[in-house]
Write a protein that binds this ligand. Structure first.
Ligand code: ZN
Length: 145
């Protein structure tokens, strides 16, 4: 039953992704590509000092990658750079290790089922790898390979 709820959230965000737009006044941008699945995205961040004021993305990919980018941009707002990187680590743990799910990950916990499908982990983490690149100031394209 909880799986259904998670699936519903992922479907909802893949069909109606939040913050799915270009950002003209972005202070950081990065692109990500997952060749295994063909997921592509461009991430925009507006940083005010050390705080993520806004986050948005464009791109096309599978349901998992789109939903992940959508939920990620929602969870980034108001976070400092360090908090965002910590969230990335926790999200990565959620997908790759058998830790108790949901440690203050909020809605992002819906991706815990992806752990069962190693090929899809790259879809779910693409936006996050791209985030890391954007936060470190790179304008390079990140690939999951
Ligand atoms: Zn994918």
């Amino acid at each position: 039953m909880i799986d259904d709820l998670y699936q519903e959230t992922i479907l909802d965000h893949s069909k109606r992704p939040r913050n799915h737009r270009a950002m003209a006044d972005a202070t950081r941008k990065a692109e990500g590509y997952n060749p295994l699945c063909g997921d592509k995205l461009r991430l925009y961040l507006k940083l005010n000092g050390d705080v993520v004021e806004e986050a948005s993305f464009e791109g096309s990919g599978c349901a998992i990658s789109t939903a992940s980018a959508s939920l990620m941009t929602e969870s980034l707002k108001g976070k400092t750079r360090d908090e965002a990187l910590k969230l990335l680590d926790k999200f990565h743990d959620l997908l790759t290790t058998d830790t108790p799910a949901g440690r203050d990950l909020g809605k992002l916990v819906v991706f815990c089922g992806v752990r069962e499908y190693p090929a899809r982990v790259k879809c779910a983490t693409l936006a996050w790898h791209t985030l890391k690149s954007a936060l470190s100031g790179g304008d390079a394209t990140v690939t999951t390979e």
